[in-house]
Design a protein around this ligand. Structure first.
Ligand code: HEM
Length: 412
C-alpha cells in the first residue's frame, strides 16, 4: 500500500468504527482459511451483511442479498477499477486489464457483444458432438483404470482437450494454460507470496499466451478465430480481438477443471447423492448448479464504489473496494434452506457461482456443457467413486479446486 492508500484506508477504518460496523481481522487469503473457508464465511455472516475487513481496508459482503444487489448495479459498483483487490484507478495493474471483465458500459457492451456473437447457444450446441465423443473415450478409460487421480486422468485432461480444441489452440503447449489461469486468479487477491510464486514459476507463460491468441495461431472456424471476424467487419482492432481470445484462455480452463474436480470430490464424499444421479440422470443439470452453489470455484471478487453509497445502513465513500463473497452468499441460510447440505435435488435457481449482472460468466453455457456431459457419462459407467486418500487442494487467492484427487472407481 502506498501512503495515499494508507490514509484512505485509515479514514475508511475510522468511518467503519464510527458507523459501528462489525470488524473482522480475518485474512481470507491465508492457507488455513482457504483450506476450509466455510466456517469463516458463517462467522462473517453472523457478524452482519457488511463487515469491515481490517487486514485489507475493504468491506466484505458475506450474505446473498447484498452480493446480488451490488453485482446487479454496475453504475454504482464498477469493474473498471479491477475485479480484484488492487484499485486500477490508483495502482498500476500487473497485466493489461481485461477489455471485458475490467471495463464498464458502454465499453463493456461493445466487447461483450463481440464475445456473444461467437459464444452463443447455437455455437455451443454445435460443440456437443465433439465434446460427447471425447468424453465417451476419456470417461471409459478413467473408469477402466479403477484406481487413479481424478484430476490428471479426467478433471484436467478433459477440459484441456475439448476447450483447447474449441478455442482453436494447437495441441502443443497447452500445459501453459493452467499456470496462466493460476496467475490471473491469484492476481485478484493481494500481492502475497502465493501470487508472487505463481508469477515467478510461470514467467515465460504470458509470452506463450500472447502468441497463442494471434489470428494465425488459431484454427479456422474455432471460437478464437471467429473473434477475428469482428476485426474484418471493422468493429474491433486486431489487438482487441487478441485480448478477447486471452479472456477465453484466462477464464475458461482453470474454472472448469476445478469445478469438475470439486464435483468428483463432493460426490465421493456424498455417495447417496451419487446414487441419486445414477438412478435419475435427468438431475445432472441441477447437480452442476448444486456443485457450484455448495462448493463453487470462484469464491470472491471485488467491485469499487463510483459514488458515496450506503449498503445495509453502512455509509461508504467513493472509490471504496468491496469484496463480494459469492461462495458465502451461496451458503446463506436466509436464501438456501439447509444451506450446508449438498443436495442435488434442491432448488438451485439464482446460485451465484457464475456471478450475476452484466459481467456474469459469458462462458457458462460452454462450462455447463462440459460438466453435464462428463457427469452424465460418469453416472452411466461408474457405480461408485471413493476417495482412497485425502485430496490435495490447489491453493489460489480466488478459485477453489484440487491438484490431486486419488480415487477408486467401481465400474457399473
Ligand atoms: C464452471 C466454470 C466457470 C465458472 C465457475 C466461472 C465463473 C465466472 C464468474 C463468477 C464470472 C464473473 C466475474 C465478475 O463478475 O467479476 C465470470 C466471468 C467470465 N467468464 Fe466464467 N466461469 C466459468 C467458465 C468459463 C468459461 C468456460 C469461459 C469461456 C468460454 C468463461 C469466460 C468468462 C469471461 C470471458 C468472463 C467475463 C465476462 C464479462 O466481464 O462480461 N468462463 N466467470
Amino acid at each position: 500500500m502506498d501512503q495515499i492508500e494508507l490514509i484512505h484506508s485509515g479514514q475508511a477504518q475510522l468511518d467503519a468504527l464510527l458507523n459501528d460496523v462489525p470488524v473482522s481481522h480475518l485474512d481470507p487469503y491465508v492457507t488455513e482459511v482457504l483450506s476450509d473457508p466455510y466456517p469463516h464465511y458463517a462467522e462473517l455472516r453472523r457478524l452482519g451483511p457488511v463487515v469491515w475487513m481490517s487486514r485489507y481496508g475493504v468491506y466484505a459482503l458475506p450474505c446473498f442479498r447484498e452480493v446480488k444487489d451490488v453485482l446487479g448495479d454496475q453504475a454504482t459498483y464498477c469493474s473498471s477499477a479491477g475485479a480484484g483487490l488492487s484499485n486500477f484507478h490508483t495502482e498500476k495493474p500487473w497485466r493489461h486489464p481485461s477489455i471485458l471483465l475490467e471495463v464498464d458500459p458502454p465499453e463493456h457492451d461493445r466487447t461483450r457483444q463481440q464475445m456473444v456473437r461467437v459464444l452463443n447457444p447455437a455455437s455451443v450446441r454445435a460443440l456437443r458432438p465433439q465434446f460427447e465423443a471425447v468424453a465417451t473415450d476419456m470417461v471409459r478409460r478413467f473408469v477402466d483404470l479403477g484406481e487413479c487421480d481424478a484430476v490428471a486422468d479426467l478433471g484436467a485432461a478433459y477440459p484441456t482437450k475439448v476447450f483447447g480444441d474449441a478455442v482453436g489452440l494447437r495441441p502443443d503447449g497447452r500445459e501453459n494454460l493452467l499456470p496462466y489461469g493460476d496467475m490471473v486468479f491469484n492476481g485478484f487477491g493481494p500481492v502475497n507470496d502465493r501470487f508472487k510464486a505463481s508469477l515467478a514459476e510461470a514467467a515465460a507463460v504470458p509470452v506463450w499466451i500472447a502468441d497463442a491468441c494471434k489470428r494465425e495461431s488459431l484454427t479456422e472456424g474455432s471460437l478464437g478465430r471467429n473473434l477475428y471476424a469482428g476485426v474484418d467487419r471493422g468493429e474491433i482492432t486486431e489487438d482487441e480481438a487478441a485480448l478477447l481470445v486471452r479472456s477465453l484462455l484466462s477464464a475458461g480452463l482453470d474454472t472448469t477443471v476445478f469445478t469438475l474436480s470439486n464435483a468428483i470430490v463432493n460426490f465421493a464424499r456424498h455417495p447417496k447423492q451419487w446414487s441419486r444421479l445414477r438412478e435419475d440422470p435427468s438431475l445432472v443439470r441441477n447437480a452442476v448448479e448444486e456443485v457450484l452453489r455448495y462448493d463453487g470455484t470462484f469464491h470472491s471478487f471485488y467491485r469499487t464504489t463510483t459514488r458515496p453509497v450506503e449498503i445495509a445502513g453502512v455509509a461508504m465513500d467513493t472509490s471504496q473496494k468491496i469484496l463480494a463473497l459469492t461462495a458465502s452468499a451461496n451458503r446463506d441460510a436466509a436464501q438456501w434452506p439447509d444451506a450446508d447440505d449438498f443436495d442435488i435435488t434442491r432448488r438451485t435457481n439464482g446460485q451465484l457461482g457464475f456471478g450475476y449482472g452484466i459481467h456474469a460468466c459469458v462462458g457458462q453455457m460452454l462450462a455447463r456443457l462440459e460438466l453435464e456431459i462428463v457427469l452424465t457419462k460418469l453416472a452411466a459407467m461408474a457405480d461408485s467413486i471413493e476417495l482412497t486418500e485425502a485430496p490435495t487442494q490447489h491453493f489460489n487467492n480466488t478459485v477453489r479446486g484440487y491438484k490431486r484427487v486419488p480415487v477408486r472407481v467401481k465400474a457399473r
